[in-house]
Design a protein around this ligand. Structure first.
Ligand code: NAI
Length: 329
């Protein structure tokens, strides 16, 4: 029996993500938590004739506890999204507290659940989650994931467009680093199938993958950021986890993780200067991350340059998240 929880289920991402999860053959129970409207979203989805039993919870009457108790997977798209001109870091002041409080609930009521964090800035909210879980003595790095799948999805789509392939889903492209602007590092040199893109075409493609989120923010004219493509990406990651839990082998997703807690993570850490968290391809198994796949030793000179830029931004974002919980020195 698999119980999945969406925290932030009434939002732009939360609703379509909950719909996709309701269609999953792996999920028996789907609990929707939000500060508004979650009973309505749950009632609506509950009429769909798939097996998952859907329930909705608000904060009143210990709703967070009821939603989380018995959870196997918790996905968190709670918090405010960007408006034009904002960076993901501009969301920190509001979203940091939201994530801290939800993770505290998970530490108390669902300490062995897989935790997938969508709320931005992911580069900081994942370190926040790790510190809260550590405080409660329940941090399992193999089960805490920052969802960077949308960067991978964009890299597949945009690369296919550049090389003129009709079906982007044939591509496998590692995207490493973090999840904001130039901390996002697509490794086009490791694309499968191989692509030959160089010079200004390559620079433009990398820039589009790094800043693709801005296209959506601008097109929505102040009404938010990516929601439908993000729901797809979040679902893809949950689906991969549930496939691995069900015994499928060779399941790999790129995700922002605490490197030292996962086999193979220290090899990557020895290449990147002083960063505890990094997005890397991770093989998934029944109890979470099985191993980090070290792609960093194979990158091109050009990509080494991109990585150097990413390190600086990431170090500051990670520190900001950690300091939020442990206190700035
Ligand atoms: P939204 O504003 O449409 O929805 C957010 C939902 O969170 C709302 O329903 C709100 O009521 C709920 N919420 C607020 N405080 C809460 C709390 N304490 N507990 C439970 N629910 C709470 O925003 P949207 O567009 O769904 O985006 C959500 C987050 O996802 C944002 O931080 C956004 O930046 C991030 N995001 C992340 C992406 C990624 O690739 N990781 C991509 C796109 C967005």
């Amino acid at each position: 029996m698999v119980k999945a929880v969406v925290a932030g289920a009434s939002g732009g991402i939360g609703q379509p993500l909950s719909l996709l999860l309701k269609l999953s053959p792996y999920i028996d129970e789907l609990a929707l938590y939000d500060v508004v409207n979650s009973p309505g979203v749950a009632a609506d989805l509950s009429h769909i004739s798939t097996k998952a039993k859907v329930t909705g919870y608000l904060p009143a009457d210990d709703g967070l506890k009821a939603a989380l108790t018995g959870a196997d997977v918790v996905v968190i798209p709670a918090g405010i999204p960007r408006k034009p001109g904002m960076t993901r870091d501009d969301l920190f002041n509001i979203n940091a507290g939201i994530v801290r409080d939800l993770i505290t609930g998970i530490a108390l009521y669902a300490p062995s659940a897989f935790i997938l964090i969508i709320s931005n800035p992911v580069n900081s909210t994942v370190p926040i989650a790790a510190e809260v879980l550590k405080k409660h003595g329940v941090f399992d790095p193999k089960k805490l994931f920052g969802v960077t799948t949308l960067d991978v999805v964009r890299s597949e789509t945009f690369t296919a467009a550049v090389v003129g392939k009709p079906d982007p889903s044939v591509f496998k492209i590692p995207v490493v680093g973090g999840h904001s602007g130039d901390t996002i590092v697509p490794l086009l040199s490791l694309s499968e199938p191989k692509v030959e893109i160089s010079g200004s075409d390559r620079d433009a493609l990398v820039h589009r993958i790094q800043f693709g989120g801005d296209e959506v923010v601008q097109a929505k004219e102040g009404k938010g950021s990516a929601t439908l493509s993000m729901a797809h990406a979040g679902f893809r990651f949950v689906d991969s986890i549930l496939k691995a839990v069900a015994g499928e082998t060779g399941v790999v997703e790129n995700t922002f993780v605490y490197l030292s807690g996962i086999p193979g993570g220290d090899a990557v850490k020895s290449i990147i200067p002083g960063l505890d968290f990094f997005s890397v391809p991770v093989e998934l198994g029944p109890s979470g991350a099985v191993k980090v796949i070290n792609v960093l030793s194979q990158v091109s000179e050009y990509e080494k340059g991109l990585l150097e830029v990413a390190y600086t931004g990431l170090a500051a974002n990670i520190k900001k998240g950690v300091d939020f919980i442990v206190g700035a020195p």
